[in-house]
Design a protein around this ligand. Structure first.
Ligand SMILES: Cc1ncc(COP(=O)(O)O)c(C=O)c1O
Length: 448
């Protein structure tokens, strides 16, 4: 299976080192056994915490701060959220009252549904939109970049309590100073969802959100390459202690941030039960890896590979939203080929290539399901370099040619004609080429 597209989102977690730096924990099995034992023991003794479990969690928190270069005096972290979605909701529920206002990037513009998305028909899709009032900002349909001027205008009218930046399929860097400026102007807390790019942030291959934001959340299983779960970083300590160059509007002396207690209480006991200690132990291992020099090399390669893939597609006259990428993913607008993301995704799947359909905000402002997002982390984890991504571009382009040919032949690609394509000669040929190519690369953690 060739999966350039599967991270945007999920990744290939490398073989764990099977040891932490605590002498009594020598391998993962031992960690899990210990947890089962402790969990049972705690239940019996009606205790919530235990010294070993606490040690693992505080080690995990320490490593989280280290991985992102944060100082304990200024930042706190909660490593318990079961997923990013619950991390996000815990922040909103902890810092806002029901019905208060949030603003996030619209889902068809590349934002994540959990940032308060509701459909054009008004259906509230995520908990964030059900329990809070939300109003989206968008990308400029002509350029694909966030329209910061409109965002500022809207934010000043709407005055959200929390302004959310971050998204699922935005291929460009986030302009944090601009977000900070807007948040300050309307008195909002600035929150960044770095789920997609947390690996790039840890490796200093993306602008640093911690310099500007108040709260930063993430999944732990995307570019960070850890177990499935969520994490929340929040500012703590004295307000007004931040770098002088940043003009935050809450600089009263001797006033402390009050995020820590509210967010921690919101995660537990408000929204979650006991922590998933197995996840926290695995996250501690991933965070140690994320702070290593090898991980930085990996993330640098992720970026180089995404750029190589983008250039190779552009040289084949493919249309990429914003004309390229600053990070690990690219958005391919398939509308000039007459294809929808859904059909192309299916055709790619038949060729054993994983891509992910997304909406594209087209130049005339219409939202069309005509795109796919393709990311480089997963295949980079398998050891692929720039020339390999150029080969992948050729496979992706060939799949698009096959799909457009079939579309011309059938008029529309409904379920049956699509299904029957699996056995056609062109698809079978491409599938074999993809298999032969992908088999050259190791699958992390599956080496024998
Ligand atoms: C930007 C962003 N935030 C949050 C999530 C959701 O994470 P989880 O599945 O852990 O709730 C995603 C998933 O794709 C995402 O892209």
């Amino acid at each position: 299976m060739l999966d350039p597209g599967s991270n945007h989102s999920s990744n290939k977690t490398p073989k764990p080192p099977f040891q932490t730096d605590r002498p009594y924990i020598t391998n993962l099995v031992e960690i899990l056994m210990m947890m089962l034992y402790q969990h049972a023991k705690l239940r019996k003794e009606k205790k919530y915490h235990d010294q070993h479990i606490d040690q693992i969690e505080s080690l995990c928190r320490e490593r989280a701060l280290q991985a992102f270069g944060l100082n304990h005096d200024h930042w706190g972290v909660n490593v318990q959220p079961y997923s990013w979605n619950s991390a996000n909701f815990a922040v909103l529920a902890g810092l806002l009252s029901p019905g208060e206002r949030i603003m996030g990037l619209d889902s068809p513009s590349g934002g994540h549904m959990s940032h308060g998305y509701y459909t054009p028909g008004g259906k509230k899709v995520s908990g964030a939109s059900v329990f809070f009032e939300s109003f989206p900002y968008k990308v400029d349909p002509r350029t694909g970049y966030i329209d910061y001027e409109k965002l500022e205008e809207k934010a000043l009218d709407y005055r959200p309590k929390i302004l959310i930046c971050g998204g699922s399929s935005y291929p460009r860097d986030w302009e944090f100073p601009r977000f900070r400026f807007i948040a300050d102007k309307c008195g909002a807390i600035l929150m960044f969802d770095m789920a997609q790019i947390s690996g790039l942030v840890a490796a200093k291959e993306a602008p640093n959100p911690f310099e500007y934001c108040d709260v930063v959340t993430s999944t732990t299983h995307k570019s960070l390459r850890g177990p499935r779960g969520g994490i929340i970083f929040y500012r703590r300590g004295l307000k007004g202690e931040k770098q002088q160059s940043i003009n935050l509007n809450h600089c009263e002396s001797n006033v402390q941030y009050d995020f820590e207690e509210k967010i921690n209480f919101s995660v537990f006991p408000s929204l979650q039960g006991g922590p998933h200690n197995n996840h926290i132990a695995a996250l501690a291992i991933a965070l140690k890896q994320a702070a290593s020099p090898e991980y930085k090399v990996y993330m640098r390669q992720v970026k180089k590979n995404a750029k190589a893939l983008a250039s190779a597609l552009i040289s084949r006259k493919c249309k990429l939203v914003t004309g390229g990428t600053d990070n690990h993913l690219l958005l391919w607008d398939l509308t000039p080929l007459g294809l929808t993301g859904k059909v192309y995704e299916k055709v790619c799947e038949m060729c054993h290539i994983t891509v992910n359909k997304v909406a594209i905000f087209s130049e005339n402002g219409v939202i069309s399901p005509g795109g796919v997002r393709i990311g480089s982390p997963a295949m980079t984890s398998r050891g692929c370099l720039e020339p390999d991504f150029e080969t992948m571009a050729e496979f992706l382009y060939r799949a698009a040619q096959i799909a457009s040919g079939a579309l011309r032949e059938h008029g529309k690609l409904h379920k049956e004609p699509l299904k029957s394509m699996y056995h056609c000669k062109d698809i079978a040929e491409l599938r074999n080429q993809v298999e032969a190519f992908a088999s050259q690369f190791a699958m992390p953690a599956f080496e024998i």
